[in-house]
Design a protein around this ligand. Sequence first.
Ligand SMILES: C[S@@+](CC[C@H](N)C(=O)[O-])C[C@H]1O[C@@H](n2cnc3c(N)ncnc32)[C@H](O)[C@@H]1O
Length: 429
Amino acid sequence: MTTQTPSPSAPTPGLPARQAALRMLDAVMRRGESLDVAQHAACQGIDERSDRALAMAIAGEVLRHLPGLDLMIDSMTRLPLADDAKARMVLRIMLAQTLVLETPPHATIATALPLLQGGPRKLAHGVFGSLMRAGVTLPAPELPPATAHRWRAAWGDAMVEAAAAALGTPPPLDLALADAAATDPLAAELGGISLMPGHVRLPRGGAVELIPGFEEGGWWVQDISASLPARLLGPSRGAHVLDLCAAPGGKTMQLAASGWNVTALDNSEKRLRRLRQNLKRTGLEAQTVTANLLEWRPDALADAVLLDAPCSATGIFRRHPDVLYRIAPRHIEERAEQQAVLLECASNWVKPGGLLVYAVCSLEPEEGEAVVDQFLAADSRFEIDPVRADELPEGVTPDAQGRVRTLPGMLVDAGGLDGFFMARLRCKG
Ligand SMILES: C[S@@+](CC[C@H](N)C(=O)[O-])C[C@H]1O[C@@H](n2cnc3c(N)ncnc32)[C@H](O)[C@@H]1O
């Protein structure tokens, strides 16, 4: 048997995944890109799916645990490393690898230290080695101070504690079913639970394509919170609904499955392609329109309009912890301005007596409650159509005005849910 020694120019095995993780983190923290977008460029040239998944896992875990990792690093340096120092980021990667992903320390050193080629490798090696010898363990996850401060002011201490706990808990995988009657059999088959008809929750994510029934298309992945806005329109017998800002189509599929005649509009052709693929897989139907909502006119007023407006997406921080580091107050302000304009536009396409549902997957009241309050104060054509408790899963209740706000801390024993805001408005007859 011969042993092959790697040629001196061969890359260290495992290094490309760490390089990609470093590039992704740089894109999120410096350029404000989302991890999903950053992943594409950062993983160029990495062929193995498992390496791309590892890069994503490392970057995600760094973001999930960042304040705690920084505390450890700072405990071992005489002077704190600059926030954006490469050595700090590499140390974060090393600690996340070993403490979260359970890579043995020697393998972490071999695969991550080369990221500091020509830089302070000795320092990083020393800090990491000292922390390992001290037997450090991972502290409980924490929100970044700016987010914690903002959410504490909006929702109180208990919400901030619940959000930090949610950050450290792998979120479950929710399936939305085309046929609500199939709920119990599917839950039994997949070993899941159901919180509402048409909903099945599996304990955690994984390769969705490998879940039995994926090819048959009887369900799609959708957090229970994200399924609530379309549920507020109820079933229909072919009435016309405009699903505005529709892609990739979770709500389009719900509406089509509930009997609505759906026109699904989005300004992103790329995202609409995914919507069409989703419709094809599930065998559901909708007309699709690629257009900027602000420049489009429908042929006729609709019986109902659903506006799932673009937002900061801070409500999905459990699955996308990068939002915690990308979203600043100025982004929230910009989004809120855009949402007000989109809501005003969408309201013009509702028939008298028809319904308008406004929704955002944001935990910022400026993008939810405030947008609807402002709209109603300026537009006397609409009034709130209060949501009833029996339209929601047990443990989620409408607010005093009949709007719905889902927060970390709700349904915790069942695995929690994403943060959403939604309101159902009626166009006065
Ligand atoms: C929150 S996502 C929609 C998610 C979708 N409703 C679902 O359930 O799968 C917001 C969408 O708004 C679209 N969008 C943003 N600005 C738009 C505009 N001016 N006109 C049309 N679509 C827009 C984005 O491309 C994005 O797909």
